[in-house]
Ligand binder design. Structure first.
Ligand SMILES: Cc1ncc(COP(=O)(O)O)c(C=O)c1O
Length: 389
């Protein structure tokens, strides 16, 4: 048999040729909308630090105080000896934030999705999954071993037809969507989703990793923006994006949370979030509430960028003020060449290729932050238009 390295090296060459090889780049320092890479300060339009809280000194101080008192690690899973009062305080705050009864904290959003979906559905059940759902949702669906039906992106009519055709064939039906979609910056019509789900008796699961902190009253996310928090069964939020820390949570009924505490394997069988990180998250949540200017600013920056691009005839997807701005390129190699040229000019933007997005839809993913000065956004737009010309 050929050695593992030989086989993998061949696969890496193939990825390279297709423009799909991924490599790491070390960020030496993050600071207020910029990153230091190889000693060079670059405007960061690639992170999910939408509110600019990831480097906020008050959040760091909150973590530091608990770090001094409790040390670095939780020491065990929550159900063993890793459950601290601060985890529970944070969960109560996160549930209130999402207008839900209760919440359960996980170490990451990926772990929420691969743990919660398989806890809720299995063989004999069906999951309806939006075509552009995040990889963690896709993996959660696959792990569940339920039948998976993929419906066209944000197409509630197509979803409704699938539910109609399947009616009565499966034990349980779960509809899984994102609130704001991570690579497209558009928002699922959640009001229509819950109408259809209730009509067919299906359960609903909304991962609002990207809407959380920005959309809806108080930044509570897309579910609150649509006024459906009492009608969605499972609401997911993440802490590592707009809230600038790390981790994620599920919110819903008391019964759902009690069930997941026993049955979500990625909760049961993993070490708890460090208490210091929970403290940081509580402080970030508090700041995101009281500093509403951050939400206003990030949306204004997004609108400004789209205005500049559209004025020059360049299409940029998503709603006018959505803080994720996709610019479609198509070919992965060309996408990465544009990313490299922008990087040379001092702007870091995401280059997104398959399998993150469907083949032929490679794109720039530009994400705005409340702490980007408006002139920096203008400068990015001018450079981008120049590079694409
Ligand atoms: C929609 C969605 N869900 C979940 C995740 C994973 O969250 P985390 O980074 O906390 O693992 C992401 C990450 O980008 C995401 O976009």
């Amino acid at each position: 048999m050929r050695s593992m390295d030989d086989v993998l090296d061949e696969e890496l060459q193939a990825l390279q040729a297709a423009g799909l090889r991924r490599t790491l780049r070390a960020v030496q320092q993050r600071q207020s909308g910029t990153v230091l890479i190889h000693g060079e300060r670059i405007a960061d339009f690639a992170s999910n630090d939408y509110l600019g809280l990831a480097t906020d000194a008050r959040v760091a101080r909150a973590a530091s105080a608990v770090l001094q008192a409790e040390g670095t690690g939780a020491g065990a899973a929550r159900l063993i000896s890793g459950n601290y009062p601060i985890h529970e305080t944070l969960e109560r705050a996160l549930a209130r934030f999402k207008h839900c009864e209760h919440a359960l904290l996980f170490p990451s959003g990926y772990m929420v999705n691969v743990g919660v979906i398989p806890a809720l559905v299995g063989v004999g059940d069906v999951v309806y999954s939006d075509a552009l759902n995040h990889a963690s949702l896709i993996d959660g669906c696959r792990l569940s071993r339920a039948t998976v039906r993929v419906f066209p992106h944000c197409d509630v009519n197509a979803l409704s037809q699938m539910l109609e055709a399947d009616n009565g064939r499966f034990r349980r039906a779960l509809i899984v969507v994102e609130g704001m979609f991570s690579m497209d910056g558009d928002v699922f019509p959640l009001d229509r989703l819950v109408d259809v789900a209730e009509h067919f008796g299906a359960w609903t699961y909304v991962d609002d990793a990207h809407g959380t902190g920005v959309l809806g009253e108080g930044g509570a996310g897309a579910v609150v923006q649509f006024g459906v928090s009492q009608r969605v069964d499972v609401v997911v939020g993440t802490l590592g994006k707009a809230l600038g820390t790390a981790g994620a949570w599920v919110a819903g009924s008391q019964t759902l949370i009690e069930f997941l505490t026993s049955c979500a394997r990625s909760f049961v069988f993993t070490t708890a979030t460090p208490p210091a990180m929970a403290a940081a998250s509580l402080e970030a949540l508090r700041l995101s509430h009281i500093e509403s200017w951050r939400r206003v600013a990030v949306r204004a920056r997004a609108r400004r960028l789209r205005d500049r691009l559209r004025a020059a005839g360049r299409e940029a997807g998503g709603a006018d003020d959505a803080h994720i701005v996709p610019v479609l390129i198509g070919d992965p190699n060309r996408t990465m060449a544009v990313v490299a040229e922008l990087r040379r000019r001092g702007f870091l933007v995401g280059g997104v290729r398959p399998p993150t997005v469907p083949p032929g839809t490679s794109r720039l993913r530009i994400s705005l932050s409340a702490v980007h000065p408006p002139e920096l956004v203008d400068s990015l737009a001018a450079n981008l238009l120049d590079v694409l010309r």
